[in-house]
Design a protein around this ligand. Structure first.
Ligand code: 5GP
Ligand code: ZN
Length: 115
């Protein structure tokens, strides 16, 4: 189901432009508008799922999203150096867009732990 008031559903629908790096059957990946690393891509399901907490039985979709993140990291040339995949969930997790997304960050040495 597409949510007209959801930013990422609008990107899926094409009503808000994005720098798309992968457009598949079930997943879309595009560059984050406020990149925190030389590579910062968001992998999202085309279907509206609010968060990881709401992902229910979508284990195949989640697996597909993580494997796509790895494929994008390889394609973008950051896999050898290493990269990070992050899913922020809920307020304490720092989730600001309530449509499930996997951050793919790479191209520089990332610090740990996150804030
Ligand atoms: P969250 O904080 O929910 O884990 O991540 C949301 C991400 O979406 C942020 O990194 C933010 O920069 C990104 N973002 C917010 N609005 C837009 C937009 O309109 N286009 C793109 N490409 N990214 C966005
Ligand atoms: Zn949505």
């Amino acid at each position: 189901m597409s949510h007209s008031d959801c930013l990422f559903c609008r990107i899926v629908a094409g009503t808000i432009p994005a720098d798309v790096v992968h457009d598949g059957e079930r997943l879309l990946a595009f560059r984050d508008i406020n990149a925190q690393a030389p590579l910062h891509v968001l992998v999202i399901p085309k279907e509206h799922i609010a968060s990881l907490d709401a992902a229910g039985l979508a284990s195949d979709l989640l697996g597909e999203a993580l494997l796509l993140a790895a494929e994008i990291a390889r394609r973008e040339g950051v896999a050898e150096g290493g990269y990070r995949t992050v899913i922020n969930t809920g307020d304490h997790g720092g989730q600001t867009v309530h449509h499930l997304h996997v951050h793919v960050l790479g191209g520089r040495a990332l610090t740990w732990p996150p804030g």
